[in-house]
Write a protein that binds this ligand. Structure first.
Ligand SMILES: C[S@@+](CC[C@H](N)C(=O)[O-])C[C@H]1O[C@@H](n2cnc3c(N)ncnc32)[C@H](O)[C@@H]1O
Length: 323
C-alpha cells in the first residue's frame, strides 16, 4: 500500500529495486541472495558449524575422502577453476591444496556477490595457500558468467558447491544450468553439489535449529533493510517459519508477520502493510533424488561423469561435462 510518492526505480540500488518488487507482489517475496551482508556472512558461518546443518560436514567429508578421485575424474592438469558463490571457501580449500600438491597448473577464480566475503577469502588464501594463483570476481553469477563468455580458449572447471542450486526452482535451475553450459565449451566440466532427499526430520532440523541461528540469519534480512534502505522493521513483530515437503523436496523459509503493521522504507519513500500472519517467502532449499538430478543434467546439456557421495548418502557432488 502506498502512502507516499514513490522514487523512480532507475535511481534505486538493486537491493532497493528488488525489495520494492518483492514487497509489492502477492505473496510478498525477497531474494535469499540478500541474506549475505557482513552480518549475514557471519551468521552463515555459524550455521555451517551447527550440528544440525549436516550439509557442510557431508561435502567436507566428500572432498577430504575423494579429492584424488575428483582430480582423476577431471582428468586434466591445466585449467581455469571458477567457483560460483564461493563464500568463505572453507571446503574448496581442501581441493585447492590437493590440486597444488599434485602439481596441477590452474588459476582459481572465486565469484561472489558479497564483496566482504571475497576480501576475507583472498586474505585467507594468501596466508594459507601462498602459491595459489587467485583472481576473484565480485558480482551476480549470471552477470559474471556472461562476462566470461569471451574467454573460451582455456579449459574450464566450474564449481557450484554447497547445494546453492537448491535455492532455485526446478525451472530456474534448468535455465541457470543451460546458461552455464552455453557460456562454456564442449568438454568443460561442472562439479555441482546437491542435497539429497532423506528423512524429512533431518532436513527440517537443519533449517530450524533450537538455538535460533537460522532464525537470526533469516531475520537479518529485515535488519539489513533497516540498515541499508532506512526501513523501520520492528524485529519483535516477525518470526521465522520453516517447512519441508517430502514430495517436492522443497524446504522453504518464511518470515511471518505476527500482527497487522505498516513498515516504512525510506529508500523507496513508501510504506508497506503486513497483515497479521502474512508470510514473506524468503528462501527455497530444494532437495533432489539421483534420477531427478541426472534428468536435470541431461536436459541442461551435460553428460554426468561421476557422483561422489558422503558415507550416509545425504549429499552428492556430481561431475558433469558439457556435451
Ligand atoms: C550458501 S553460501 C555457500 C558458500 C559456499 N559455496 C559453500 O558451499 O560453503 C552462498 C554464497 O553464494 C553467494 N551468492 C548467493 N547468491 C548469489 C548470486 N546470485 N550471485 C553471486 N553470488 C551469490 C553468497 O554471497 C554466499 O557467499
Amino acid at each position: 500500500m502506498s502512502t507516499h510518492q514513490q522514487r523512480h526505480p532507475q535511481t534505486l540500488t538493486a537491493f532497493a529495486r528488488d525489495t520494492l518488487q518483492g514487497l509489492s507482489g502477492i505473496p510478498k517475496k525477497l531474494s535469499s541472495k540478500y541474506f549475505y551482508d557482513e552480518q549475514g556472512d557471519k551468521l552463515f558461518q555459524q550455521i555451517m558449524r551447527m550440528p544440525e546443518y549436516y550439509l557442510t560436514d557431508c561435502e567436507l567429508e566428500i572432498f577430504e575422502n575423494r579429492k584424488e578421485a575428483i582430480l582423476q575424474a577431471i582428468g586434466r592438469r591445466h585449467f581455469q577453476l571458477l567457483e560460483l558463490g564461493a563464500g568463505d571457501g572453507m571446503k574448496t580449500k581442501v581441493l585447492l591444496r590437493h590440486f597444488l600438491e599434485r602439481g596441477v597448473n590452474f588459476q582459481y577464480q572465486p565469484i561472489d556477490i558479497s564483496r566482504n566475503v571475497l576480501l576475507e577469502l583472498e586474505e585467507s588464501l594468501r596466508s594459507e595457500l601462498p602459491d595459489l594463483q587467485v583472481k576473484s570476481l565480485q558480482g551476480d553469477y549470471f552477470k559474471v558468467l556472461h562476462e566470461l563468455r569471451g574467454n573460451k580458449a582455456q579449459p574450464k572447471v566450474v564449481l557450484f558447491l554447497g547445494a546453492n542450486i537448491g535455492n532455485y526452482t526446478l525451472e530456474e535451475a534448468l535455465a541457470f544450468l543451460r546458461s552455464i553450459a552455453t557460456e562454456l565449451n564442449p568438454g568443460d566440466l561442472l562439479l555441482i553439489g546437491f542435497d539429497l532427499k532423506k528423512d524429512p526430520e533431518t532436513i527440517l532440523s537443519a533449517y530450524n535449529d533450537p538455538a535460533g541461528i537460522t532464525a537470526a540469519f533469516n531475520l537479518n534480512l529485515l535488519h539489513r533493510m533497516n540498515r541499508e534502505l532506512g526501513a523501520n522493521f520492528d524485529l519483535q513483530g516477525f518470526k521465522h517459519w520453516e517447512t519441508y515437503n517430502p514430495l517436492t523436496g522443497e524446504a522453504k523459509s518464511y518470515i511471518v508477520s505476527l500482527k497487522g503493521q505498516y513498515v516504512f522504507i525510506r529508500a523507496l519513500n513508501r510504506s508497506f502493510y503486513f497483515d497479521a500472519w502474512e508470510a514473506i517467502d524468503v528462501e527455497l532449499s530444494r532437495k533432489y533424488s539421483i534420477p531427478e538430478l541426472e534428468h536435470l543434467a541431461e536436459q541442461a546439456g551435460f553428460a554426468v561423469r561421476q557422483h561422489f557421495f558422503d558415507k550416509n548418502n545425504y549429499f552428492v557432488d556430481s561431475l558433469w561435462m558439457v556435451k
